[in-house]
Design a protein around this ligand. Structure first.
Ligand code: NAP
Length: 255
């Protein structure tokens, strides 16, 4: 059988940032179901991360919860070290954790800019560098960045987030270009509206929900699990010739 067409992920090791809740949680559980050992990262909700680890172990998988703020470069070693010490290698990095600050442009502050960019761009850039050094030595690896439809479509009162996600697309292309010859592929998965702790309060408002649904040809808000298939594809050998690209998972929202 040609390994180029394989979706087999058994025995791989992944770090998933922001895996205690929402989309990151679904990705961690989805990878583990395919036989991947997972470092479940969180920033403050340790109990939620431990629940994800328990769910993975109960299903026969391997996982460990590791606290680290992606926006603090000094904490990255905890993630890389945990993957190495616990599982011996790193095959997949899913940069999922991100910050959103919803405020009008005229009220935006430099503090909000710095805090958002520290996590959404600087943190991802340097965590990817630390992990890519390990992957380069292994001569293979997959970096998957969770962006957003707002990397191409501006969202009102969310300019800093929009800009960070647009930057993430270029981060993806730039890293993909330099890492391709080292056997490392770097891609983005950009979700549309997904029901998570972040979006649930606003989507509970029927008027807002109807406005969102009107923009989605599939006529439903996505579940975190809707994002997992794209990540599994981009983590697997079947996508070894795909790099620097962005896959939109949005029920057709951008159409
Ligand atoms: P969420 O439900 O709010 O969960 C956020 C996760 O990120 C939590 O696990 C949180 O950890 C972690 N986190 C936050 N800041 C962190 C930091 N500095 N370091 C490490 N972990 C951190 O988020 P979500 O809605 O699933 O979004 C996940 C990703 O999808 C983000 O990149 C977001 O931009 C993107 N996205 C979401 C949507 C959507 O509709 N939900 C749409 C497009 C794109 P704790 O549990 O410890 O707080």
């Amino acid at each position: 059988m040609n390994s180029k067409t394989s979706f087999d992920l058994k025995g791989r090791v992944a770090i998933v940032t922001g895996a205690s809740r929402g989309i990151g949680r679904a990705i961690a559980i989805g990878l583990a179901r395919e036989g991947v050992s997972v470092v479940v990262n969180y920033v403050s909700k340790g109990a939620a991360a431990e629940e994800v680890v328990s769910e993975i172990r109960a299903a026969g998988g391997e996982a460990v919860a590791v606290q680290a703020d992606v926006g603090d470069l000094a904490q990255h070693e905890r993630l890389v070290g945990a993957a190495h010490e616990r599982f011996g290698r790193i095959d997949i990095l899913v940069n999922n954790a991100a910050m959103t600050r919803r405020e009008p442009f005229l009220d935006a502050t430099a503090k909000a800019w710095d805090e958002t960019m520290d996590v959404n761009l600087k943190g991802i850039y340097f965590l990817s560098q630390a992990v890519a050094r390990v992957m380069a030595a292994q001569k293979s690896g997959k970096i998957i960045n969770i962006s957003s439809v707002h990397d191409v479509r501006a969202m009102v009162n969310n300019s800093i987030y929009n800009i960070s996600k647009a930057g993430l697309v270029m981060l993806t292309k730039s890293l993909a270009l330099e890492l391709a010859e080292k056997g490392i592929q770097v891609n983005c998965v950009s979700p549309g509206a997904i029901l998570t702790d972040d979006t649930r309060p606003r989507l509970a408002d029927p008027a807002y929900r109807d406005k969102v649904l009107a923009k989605i040809p599939s006529r439903r808000v996505g579940e975190p699990e809707d994002v997992v298939g794209a990540v599994l594809l981009l983590a697997s050998p079947a996508s070894d010739y795909i790099t620097g690209t962005t896959l939109y998972v949005d029920g057709g929202m951008l159409l």
